[in-house]
Design a binder for this molecule. Structure first.
Ligand code: ZN
Length: 157
């Protein structure tokens, strides 16, 4: 059992009961995606999300080093497209933007996604924005690089 992550209690809530939820992990046998069951609505979790990835200098240094590595490895250019699922405040995608590589951040938490926009990272609150747009080719607009370090909701298969 676990309380919701990134949820801080107000002074008024300190003498009230705090809800705890089962912490049962599901693993997809096909793609090994790991998920927990959805017990509360996304709005309850992501309306005022407390965690901003850019608070950690060491995490930012890791993100920059990752971008330098993956841009060279995949030969990413201005003709590429990088999509990150769970892009938080743009901590990672900002380094692709600095190299002139188009990005799209998918982030349900509005308050942290607004911080990403300030960094020049376009964002959407829905994964549908990353799906191919109307085209005769299903591969059209497919991202060159897709990063999902944190939260996916369902198996994409
Ligand atoms: Zn799967």
């Amino acid at each position: 059992m676990s309380p919701l992550c990134e949820s801080y209690l107000t002074a008024e809530q300190l003498n009230q009961m705090e809800p705890f939820y089962p912490l049962h992990v599901y693993v997809c046998e096909r793609c090994f995606l790991v998920q927990v069951q959805e017990y509360v609505s996304p709005e309850e979790i992501f309306t005022e999300y407390a965690y901003f990835s850019s608070y950690s200098d060491s995490w930012l240094a890791h993100a920059k080093a990752y971008v330098d590595t993956i841009v060279a490895r995949l030969n990413l250019t201005a003709a590429s497209q990088v999509v990150e699922l769970g892009s938080n405040d743009g901590y990672l995608l900002q380094y692709f933007v600095a190299k002139g590589i188009p990005v799209l951040g998918i982030e349900p938490a509005l308050n942290v996604a607004e911080a990403a926009v300030v960094r020049g990272v376009p964002r959407s609150r829905s994964c549908s924005a990353a799906r191919p747009r109307s085209s005769s080719s299903p591969r059209a607009h497919r991202p060159t690089c897709c990063s999902a370090p944190t939260c996916l909701r369902r198996c994409p298969t």
